[in-house]
Design a binder for this molecule. Structure first.
Ligand SMILES: [Zn+2]
Length: 329
Protein backbone atom coordinates (compact mmCIF):
# COMPACT_ATOMS: atom_id res chain seq x y z
CA UNK A 1 0.00 0.00 0.00
CA UNK A 2 0.95 3.63 -0.47
CA UNK A 3 3.38 5.15 1.98
CA UNK A 4 2.17 8.57 2.99
CA UNK A 5 4.43 10.87 4.91
CA UNK A 6 1.70 13.13 6.18
CA UNK A 7 -2.09 13.35 6.29
CA UNK A 8 -4.31 16.39 6.73
CA UNK A 9 -7.97 16.02 7.68
CA UNK A 10 -9.78 19.30 8.40
CA UNK A 11 -7.59 21.23 10.83
CA UNK A 12 -5.72 18.10 11.97
CA UNK A 13 -2.27 17.63 10.41
CA UNK A 14 -0.30 14.50 11.24
CA UNK A 15 3.01 14.68 13.09
CA UNK A 16 5.58 11.86 12.74
CA UNK A 17 5.50 9.57 15.78
CA UNK A 18 2.79 11.59 17.50
CA UNK A 19 -0.94 12.08 18.11
CA UNK A 20 -2.34 15.10 16.25
CA UNK A 21 -5.77 16.58 16.87
CA UNK A 22 -8.18 18.93 15.12
CA UNK A 23 -11.69 19.13 13.71
CA UNK A 24 -13.40 18.48 10.38
CA UNK A 25 -16.27 20.73 9.30
CA UNK A 26 -19.24 18.61 8.22
CA UNK A 27 -21.76 21.40 7.64
CA UNK A 28 -23.25 24.32 9.49
CA UNK A 29 -25.71 24.96 12.31
CA UNK A 30 -27.68 28.20 11.87
CA UNK A 31 -25.06 29.83 14.10
CA UNK A 32 -21.78 28.18 13.17
CA UNK A 33 -19.93 25.10 11.97
CA UNK A 34 -20.91 21.49 12.66
CA UNK A 35 -17.64 19.68 13.33
CA UNK A 36 -16.35 16.32 14.44
CA UNK A 37 -13.21 15.88 16.52
CA UNK A 38 -10.36 14.28 14.55
CA UNK A 39 -7.45 12.28 15.99
CA UNK A 40 -4.53 11.23 13.79
CA UNK A 41 -1.98 8.82 15.22
CA UNK A 42 1.17 8.52 13.11
CA UNK A 43 4.18 6.29 13.10
CA UNK A 44 7.71 7.63 12.87
CA UNK A 45 7.87 6.26 9.31
CA UNK A 46 5.54 6.80 6.34
CA UNK A 47 3.01 4.09 5.56
CA UNK A 48 -0.63 3.32 4.73
CA UNK A 49 -3.56 5.34 6.02
CA UNK A 50 -6.48 3.69 7.84
CA UNK A 51 -9.64 5.80 8.26
CA UNK A 52 -11.74 4.72 11.27
CA UNK A 53 -15.11 6.34 11.85
CA UNK A 54 -17.32 6.15 14.94
CA UNK A 55 -20.90 7.18 15.69
CA UNK A 56 -22.22 7.50 12.13
CA UNK A 57 -25.29 6.34 14.03
CA UNK A 58 -25.04 8.90 16.81
CA UNK A 59 -25.63 6.66 19.83
CA UNK A 60 -23.15 3.98 18.68
CA UNK A 61 -20.15 5.24 20.63
CA UNK A 62 -18.11 2.05 21.04
CA UNK A 63 -15.78 2.97 18.15
CA UNK A 64 -14.86 6.33 19.70
CA UNK A 65 -14.02 4.80 23.08
CA UNK A 66 -12.11 1.92 21.47
CA UNK A 67 -10.04 4.32 19.34
CA UNK A 68 -9.05 6.37 22.36
CA UNK A 69 -8.00 3.17 24.18
CA UNK A 70 -5.94 2.07 21.22
CA UNK A 71 -4.30 5.45 20.61
CA UNK A 72 -3.33 5.64 24.29
CA UNK A 73 -1.53 2.28 24.17
CA UNK A 74 0.18 2.24 20.73
CA UNK A 75 3.95 2.71 20.67
CA UNK A 76 4.31 4.98 17.61
CA UNK A 77 7.99 4.07 17.30
CA UNK A 78 6.81 0.63 16.13
CA UNK A 79 4.14 2.00 13.80
CA UNK A 80 4.25 2.92 10.07
CA UNK A 81 1.70 5.26 8.53
CA UNK A 82 -1.42 6.69 10.06
CA UNK A 83 -4.71 5.89 11.75
CA UNK A 84 -7.24 8.68 11.27
CA UNK A 85 -10.04 8.65 13.86
CA UNK A 86 -13.35 10.37 13.09
CA UNK A 87 -14.87 10.58 16.55
CA UNK A 88 -18.42 11.83 15.86
CA UNK A 89 -19.07 10.99 12.21
CA UNK A 90 -22.69 12.11 12.45
CA UNK A 91 -21.93 14.99 14.82
CA UNK A 92 -25.50 16.27 15.31
CA UNK A 93 -26.81 12.75 15.97
CA UNK A 94 -23.93 12.13 18.38
CA UNK A 95 -24.81 15.26 20.37
CA UNK A 96 -28.46 14.22 20.51
CA UNK A 97 -27.56 10.54 21.18
CA UNK A 98 -29.85 9.52 18.33
CA UNK A 99 -29.31 6.98 15.57
CA UNK A 100 -30.49 9.38 12.84
CA UNK A 101 -29.66 12.98 11.94
CA UNK A 102 -31.94 15.20 14.07
CA UNK A 103 -32.40 17.87 11.37
CA UNK A 104 -33.85 15.65 8.66
CA UNK A 105 -34.41 12.21 10.23
CA UNK A 106 -32.00 10.69 7.71
CA UNK A 107 -29.82 7.60 8.17
CA UNK A 108 -26.39 8.97 7.20
CA UNK A 109 -25.12 5.47 6.48
CA UNK A 110 -27.55 5.11 3.54
CA UNK A 111 -26.63 8.33 1.70
CA UNK A 112 -23.13 7.76 0.29
CA UNK A 113 -21.42 8.93 -1.83
CA UNK A 114 -23.48 12.02 -0.94
CA UNK A 115 -24.29 15.23 -2.80
CA UNK A 116 -22.19 18.41 -2.50
CA UNK A 117 -25.24 20.68 -2.84
CA UNK A 118 -27.96 18.22 -1.77
CA UNK A 119 -30.10 17.98 1.36
CA UNK A 120 -28.38 18.33 4.74
CA UNK A 121 -27.26 14.74 5.47
CA UNK A 122 -26.20 14.14 1.84
CA UNK A 123 -23.87 17.12 2.08
CA UNK A 124 -22.36 15.58 5.22
CA UNK A 125 -21.94 12.27 3.39
CA UNK A 126 -20.19 14.08 0.54
CA UNK A 127 -17.68 15.77 2.87
CA UNK A 128 -16.90 12.46 4.59
CA UNK A 129 -16.64 10.49 1.35
CA UNK A 130 -14.44 13.00 -0.49
CA UNK A 131 -12.17 13.43 2.52
CA UNK A 132 -11.84 9.70 3.19
CA UNK A 133 -11.25 8.63 -0.42
CA UNK A 134 -8.73 11.48 -0.74
CA UNK A 135 -6.51 10.43 2.14
CA UNK A 136 -7.16 6.80 3.11
CA UNK A 137 -6.09 3.41 1.75
CA UNK A 138 -8.84 1.61 3.70
CA UNK A 139 -11.74 2.53 5.94
CA UNK A 140 -13.51 1.01 8.94
CA UNK A 141 -16.94 2.05 10.15
CA UNK A 142 -17.68 1.02 13.74
CA UNK A 143 -21.27 0.23 14.75
CA UNK A 144 -23.20 -1.26 17.66
CA UNK A 145 -26.84 -1.94 18.46
CA UNK A 146 -27.14 1.60 19.86
CA UNK A 147 -29.75 2.17 22.55
CA UNK A 148 -32.52 -0.23 21.53
CA UNK A 149 -30.85 -3.30 20.01
CA UNK A 150 -27.97 -5.65 20.72
CA UNK A 151 -25.60 -7.03 18.07
CA UNK A 152 -22.91 -9.74 18.23
CA UNK A 153 -19.28 -9.08 17.27
CA UNK A 154 -18.65 -9.53 13.55
CA UNK A 155 -17.03 -8.05 10.44
CA UNK A 156 -18.87 -7.00 7.28
CA UNK A 157 -17.67 -6.22 3.76
CA UNK A 158 -19.17 -5.64 0.31
CA UNK A 159 -18.84 -8.77 -1.78
CA UNK A 160 -18.67 -7.87 -5.49
CA UNK A 161 -15.62 -9.91 -6.49
CA UNK A 162 -13.47 -6.84 -7.23
CA UNK A 163 -9.87 -6.48 -6.04
CA UNK A 164 -10.98 -3.94 -3.43
CA UNK A 165 -13.69 -6.34 -2.25
CA UNK A 166 -11.18 -9.18 -1.91
CA UNK A 167 -8.93 -6.95 0.14
CA UNK A 168 -11.94 -5.87 2.23
CA UNK A 169 -12.66 -9.56 2.93
CA UNK A 170 -9.08 -10.02 4.12
CA UNK A 171 -9.50 -7.02 6.44
CA UNK A 172 -12.91 -8.26 7.68
CA UNK A 173 -11.24 -11.60 8.46
CA UNK A 174 -8.66 -9.73 10.54
CA UNK A 175 -11.01 -8.12 13.07
CA UNK A 176 -10.93 -11.05 15.51
CA UNK A 177 -14.43 -12.46 14.98
CA UNK A 178 -15.12 -15.83 13.38
CA UNK A 179 -18.20 -14.39 11.65
CA UNK A 180 -17.95 -12.42 8.41
CA UNK A 181 -20.94 -11.02 6.54
CA UNK A 182 -20.15 -11.01 2.79
CA UNK A 183 -22.85 -8.52 1.88
CA UNK A 184 -24.56 -8.08 -1.47
CA UNK A 185 -27.68 -6.58 0.08
CA UNK A 186 -29.13 -3.80 -2.08
CA UNK A 187 -30.55 -1.91 0.93
CA UNK A 188 -26.94 -1.21 1.99
CA UNK A 189 -26.02 0.37 -1.39
CA UNK A 190 -25.74 3.82 0.22
CA UNK A 191 -23.44 2.70 3.04
CA UNK A 192 -19.96 4.23 3.22
CA UNK A 193 -18.08 0.90 3.10
CA UNK A 194 -19.95 -0.18 -0.08
CA UNK A 195 -19.16 3.06 -1.93
CA UNK A 196 -15.58 3.06 -0.70
CA UNK A 197 -15.14 -0.44 -2.12
CA UNK A 198 -16.78 0.60 -5.40
CA UNK A 199 -14.29 3.48 -5.52
CA UNK A 200 -11.52 0.86 -5.52
CA UNK A 201 -10.49 0.89 -1.85
CA UNK A 202 -11.43 -1.64 0.83
CA UNK A 203 -14.03 -0.73 3.44
CA UNK A 204 -15.33 -2.78 6.35
CA UNK A 205 -17.90 -2.45 9.09
CA UNK A 206 -17.39 -3.84 12.57
CA UNK A 207 -20.45 -4.42 14.75
CA UNK A 208 -20.35 -5.04 18.50
CA UNK A 209 -22.53 -4.52 21.58
CA UNK A 210 -25.37 -2.08 22.10
CA UNK A 211 -28.45 -2.05 24.30
CA UNK A 212 -27.46 1.36 25.64
CA UNK A 213 -24.75 -0.23 27.74
CA UNK A 214 -21.06 -0.15 26.80
CA UNK A 215 -19.25 -3.10 28.36
CA UNK A 216 -15.46 -3.45 28.64
CA UNK A 217 -15.67 -6.66 26.60
CA UNK A 218 -17.17 -4.70 23.68
CA UNK A 219 -14.54 -1.97 23.93
CA UNK A 220 -11.83 -4.68 23.94
CA UNK A 221 -13.36 -6.41 20.89
CA UNK A 222 -13.42 -3.20 18.87
CA UNK A 223 -9.94 -2.10 20.02
CA UNK A 224 -8.72 -5.51 18.86
CA UNK A 225 -10.60 -5.14 15.57
CA UNK A 226 -8.92 -1.83 14.69
CA UNK A 227 -5.58 -3.26 15.80
CA UNK A 228 -6.17 -6.36 13.64
CA UNK A 229 -6.94 -4.32 10.51
CA UNK A 230 -3.96 -2.03 11.18
CA UNK A 231 -1.75 -5.14 11.45
CA UNK A 232 -3.21 -6.60 8.23
CA UNK A 233 -2.32 -3.30 6.47
CA UNK A 234 1.21 -3.23 7.89
CA UNK A 235 0.58 -0.10 9.99
CA UNK A 236 1.15 -1.98 13.25
CA UNK A 237 3.70 -4.78 13.72
CA UNK A 238 2.62 -8.36 14.20
CA UNK A 239 -0.01 -10.61 12.67
CA UNK A 240 -3.76 -10.02 12.79
CA UNK A 241 -5.92 -12.58 14.63
CA UNK A 242 -6.81 -14.64 11.54
CA UNK A 243 -8.60 -18.01 11.78
CA UNK A 244 -8.45 -21.20 9.72
CA UNK A 245 -12.06 -20.81 8.65
CA UNK A 246 -14.95 -18.42 9.12
CA UNK A 247 -18.70 -18.52 9.49
CA UNK A 248 -19.75 -16.69 6.33
CA UNK A 249 -23.21 -15.15 6.26
CA UNK A 250 -25.06 -13.50 3.39
CA UNK A 251 -28.48 -11.99 2.52
CA UNK A 252 -30.03 -10.22 5.48
CA UNK A 253 -33.74 -10.18 6.26
CA UNK A 254 -34.95 -7.32 8.46
CA UNK A 255 -37.66 -8.57 10.81
CA UNK A 256 -40.52 -6.29 11.89
CA UNK A 257 -43.14 -6.93 14.59
CA UNK A 258 -46.80 -6.14 13.93
CA UNK A 259 -48.07 -5.71 17.53
CA UNK A 260 -46.92 -3.06 19.99
CA UNK A 261 -45.76 -3.75 23.54
CA UNK A 262 -42.59 -4.88 25.30
CA UNK A 263 -40.14 -7.02 23.30
CA UNK A 264 -38.90 -10.18 25.03
CA UNK A 265 -36.08 -11.93 23.14
CA UNK A 266 -36.07 -15.71 23.49
CA UNK A 267 -32.63 -16.47 22.01
CA UNK A 268 -29.17 -14.99 22.32
CA UNK A 269 -28.02 -12.54 19.70
CA UNK A 270 -25.30 -14.19 17.57
CA UNK A 271 -27.09 -17.57 17.70
CA UNK A 272 -27.72 -19.57 14.54
CA UNK A 273 -31.43 -20.35 14.38
CA UNK A 274 -33.74 -22.45 12.21
CA UNK A 275 -36.40 -21.12 9.85
CA UNK A 276 -39.59 -20.44 11.81
CA UNK A 277 -37.89 -20.48 15.21
CA UNK A 278 -39.37 -18.06 17.75
CA UNK A 279 -36.77 -15.37 18.40
CA UNK A 280 -38.88 -13.09 20.59
CA UNK A 281 -42.32 -12.35 22.00
CA UNK A 282 -44.29 -9.15 22.38
CA UNK A 283 -46.19 -8.54 25.64
CA UNK A 284 -48.77 -5.80 25.58
CA UNK A 285 -49.50 -3.31 28.35
CA UNK A 286 -52.14 -5.69 29.79
CA UNK A 287 -49.64 -8.52 30.24
CA UNK A 288 -50.80 -10.62 27.29
CA UNK A 289 -48.44 -12.17 24.77
CA UNK A 290 -49.75 -10.67 21.54
CA UNK A 291 -47.12 -11.83 19.07
CA UNK A 292 -44.45 -14.43 18.55
CA UNK A 293 -41.69 -13.11 16.29
CA UNK A 294 -40.17 -15.84 14.10
CA UNK A 295 -37.01 -16.11 12.05
CA UNK A 296 -38.08 -15.89 8.37
CA UNK A 297 -35.37 -18.23 7.08
CA UNK A 298 -32.76 -20.67 8.25
CA UNK A 299 -30.23 -21.54 9.19
CA UNK A 300 -29.79 -17.85 9.96
CA UNK A 301 -27.31 -15.85 12.00
CA UNK A 302 -29.09 -13.51 14.41
CA UNK A 303 -27.12 -10.34 13.70
CA UNK A 304 -29.28 -7.96 15.73
CA UNK A 305 -32.08 -8.32 18.25
CA UNK A 306 -34.19 -5.86 20.25
CA UNK A 307 -33.07 -5.54 23.85
CA UNK A 308 -35.14 -7.09 26.66
CA UNK A 309 -38.39 -5.19 27.36
CA UNK A 310 -37.68 -2.56 24.72
CA UNK A 311 -41.02 -0.74 24.27
CA UNK A 312 -41.80 -1.24 20.57
CA UNK A 313 -44.43 0.12 18.21
CA UNK A 314 -45.79 -1.94 15.33
CA UNK A 315 -43.22 -2.20 12.58
CA UNK A 316 -40.17 -1.64 14.75
CA UNK A 317 -37.13 -3.48 13.41
CA UNK A 318 -36.63 -6.16 16.06
CA UNK A 319 -34.11 -8.48 14.38
CA UNK A 320 -31.72 -9.04 11.51
CA UNK A 321 -31.54 -12.65 10.26
CA UNK A 322 -28.72 -13.42 7.80
CA UNK A 323 -28.45 -16.66 5.88
CA UNK A 324 -25.54 -18.92 6.86
CA UNK A 325 -23.42 -19.86 3.82
CA UNK A 326 -20.71 -21.81 5.64
CA UNK A 327 -19.77 -22.47 9.23
CA UNK A 328 -16.33 -22.19 10.82
CA UNK A 329 -14.77 -25.50 11.84
ZN1 LIG B 1 -25.04 1.49 13.22
Amino acid sequence: MAGRKSVTVGTARSKPGAWATGTLRLGDYPDGPITTPINILSGAEPGPVLWVQAAIHGAEIVGAVAMLRLFQKIDTARMKGHIVGIMATNATAFRAQKRLTPYDGENLNRLFPGMPAGPHSRQTADVLFRTATGVADAMMDIHSGGLEAVVPFYGLYYDDGSAASNEARRLAESVGSEVVWASRDAWLDGAMYVNFTRAGKPGVIVECGGGGWLMEEHVANVTGAIEGVAKAMGILPGRPPRRKSYTVVQDCDLVFNTAGGFFMPTVEVGAIVAKGAVIGRVMNAHGQIVEEVRCPKGPAYLAALGKPYAPIHSGAMVAECIGVVSTAE
